[in-house]
Every structure is written in structure tokens, then in C-alpha cells.
Ligand binder design. Structure first.
Ligand code: GAR
Length: 196
């Protein structure tokens, strides 16, 4: 089995990244986590990745100001230099340019903490509470130039309970994310490289 070289893009604590690294240690997992790239030098996930023996890189968003094209070009350069074949966004809090998304089309996925198409964009857990829904969850989806609008790969549902706060609902969804993302990546990579 050829294991696809996967890069994970983060901006923060990287708990989904850690779930992916852990899952990819299984002998039969169709991907290997070859690089963790952060948009922020102070992202907690960088130390966690390094502690797991995964190569890390920083493309500091602060160095690029408003020049999103240059920022994305540098990310593309670092990914391709590392021989990355497939990219997972995991708490990557920058909107990628359409040009970058097209270059990685079909090889770029994201996890979002709502049942898309509901509650796209920022603070989806708060949006769910404000809407008064009784279930929410998370979605792994292909990335397209429109924010949080790509085809869904997998979803997990969690209840919204009476008295939930943004924190309690986020924590419940996050647990589901840690199960869903590794399964969804496995499914996508298995489709992308069918066994001979
Ligand atoms: C996760 O809940 C992820 O779904 C969300 O940020 C959190 C990152 O946590 N992503 C988005 O909201 C993207 N629009 P993590 O760094 O611990 O994985």
C-alpha cells in the first residue's frame, strides 16, 4: 500500500491534528502525516506535532499583511517542497485564495464544527445556540473557493442540551470531530488510491 503524504494546516492548539497523527500510526492507514504547517508561530499544535516526531513548518501570516496571494504561494511552496500530496485543514483560521484552492482541488479537505450547510463561517457553535437547534455536529468537506461550501464527505451529529453554553457545545462537538476526521480522511484517501 502506498501511503499518501499528508500535510496538516493549523493555526492553534491542534487537537484534530493530534487525532489525525494518532490514527495515521495504524499500519493499514492509507496516509502518513508528513508535515504540520502553522500560520502562527505560537500555535500550540506545533510543539505537539514535534513531540510526535512529525516535521513542522511555520508560514507566519503576520509577515504577509493583507497579501493573501503571497501567503498562499508560500504555503504552496512549503507543501510541494515537502512532497505533500494531500492537505487537511484542522483549525486553520485563514481563508485560502481561489487560486490555491484550485491548485489543490480534490486534495484539500476541512473540518467545520457544524452540520453544513447550516452555520457556515465564524463561531458556528454560537450560531447553533442562537438558532435554537436541538442537534448540531461537525462536517468534513472538500474545500472549494466559497467558504464552507464544498461537498460533504462525512458528518457526525451531537445533541444540543438544555443549558448548553458555547464552551460546552464546542467541547461535545470537538469529541465527535476527533472521531470523524480520521475516518473521513481514511475514506477519501482510500478512494483516491484504490487497491490494485
Ligand atoms: C475545531 O473545532 C475545528 O472544527 C474548528 O476550529 C477548531 C480547531 O480546534 N475549525 C473551524 O472553525 C474552521 N472554520 P483544534 O485546533 O483543537 O483542532
Amino acid at each position: 500500500m502506498t501511503r499518501k503524504r499528508v500535510g496538516i494546516l493549523i493555526s492553534g492548539r491542534g487537537s484534530n491534528m493530534q487525532a489525525l497523527i494518532k490514527a495515521a500510526r495504524a499500519d493499514d492507514y492509507p496516509g502518513q502525516i508528513a508535515l504540520v504547517l502553522s500560520s502562527r508561530p505560537d500555535a500550540g499544535g506545533l510543539a505537539a506535532a514535534a513531540a510526535q516526531g512529525v516535521a513542522t513548518a511555520v508560514v507566519d501570516q503576520a509577515r504577509f499583511g493583507r497579501d493573501r496571494e503571497a501567503f498562499d504561494a508560500e504555503i504552496h511552496r512549503v507543501l510541494t517542497t515537502a512532497g505533500i500530496e494531500f492537505v487537511c485543514l484542522a483549525g486553520f483560521m485563514r481563508i485560502l485564495t481561489a487560486g490555491f484552492v484550485r491548485r489543490w482541488e480534490g486534495r484539500l479537505i476541512n473540518i467545520h464544527p457544524s452540520l453544513l450547510p447550516a452555520f457556515r463561517g465564524l463561531k458556528p457553535q454560537a450560531q447553533a445556540l442562537a438558532a435554537g437547534v436541538s442537534v448540531s455536529g461537525c462536517t468534513v468537506h472538500h474545500v472549494v473557493p466559497d467558504l464552507d461550501a464544498g461537498p460533504s464527505i462525512a458528518q457526525a451529529v451531537v445533541p444540543v442540551l438544555p443549558g448548553d453554553t458555547e464552551e460546552s457545545l464546542s467541547a461535545r462537538i470537538l469529541e465527535a470531530e476527533h472521531r470523524l476526521y480520521p475516518e473521513a480522511l481514511r475514506a477519501v484517501l482510500s478512494q483516491a488510491s484504490p487497491k490494485p
